[in-house]
Write a protein that binds this ligand. Structure first.
Ligand SMILES: [Zn+2]
Length: 141
């Protein structure tokens, strides 16, 4: 009788479904970068009203990680932790914008597909469209 079981049947079982779950969904990095890290929004988030639905009555909130903590000491130890530092590093990188997604899909606003011309046009457009996007975002809130 041959072998009943192959070797190497165990693979790294990464939970790919976890990323698509909505139960514990937190904000996306670009939302945090463009909205929450703005000083006035940040102050608002750090001084939230008592909310009985949220952990710790919404009194201990980490803006970078979009996460509530039960106690003040939990929050301060979180600030010293690896997850938080890694998150801060990720947030320092430029946000993934709609403009960038369109450019990647070849749907730039100038409608040119030649890469050289498109790059030049984007440099001019970049700052302007980013400001426009921020305005749209803050109006929707
Ligand atoms: Zn954090």
């Amino acid at each position: 009788m041959g072998r009943l079981r192959r070797s190497r049947t165990h693979r790294a079982q990464r939970d790919v479904h976890r990323a698509s779950r909505t139960r514990a969904r937190t904000k996306d990095l670009d939302q945090i970068q463009l909205i929450d890290l703005d000083p006035k929004n940040r102050a608002k988030l750090e001084a939230q009203a008592l909310d009985f639905e949220k952990p710790g009555l919404a009194q201990h909130y980490c803006v970078e990680c979009a996460k509530y903590f039960e106690t003040d000491s939990a929050l301060t130890s979180h600030w010293r932790s690896k997850v938080h530092k890694r998150r801060c590093k990720q947030l320092k990188e430029p946000a993934y914008t709609i403009e960038e997604a369109e450019r990647a899909a070849g749907l730039g606003r100038e409608g040119k597909r030649t890469s050289g011309a498109a790059n030049g046009a984007h440099n001019e457009l970049g700052a302007e469209t980013r400001v426009m996007m921020e305005v749209e975002v803050s109006e929707s809130n």
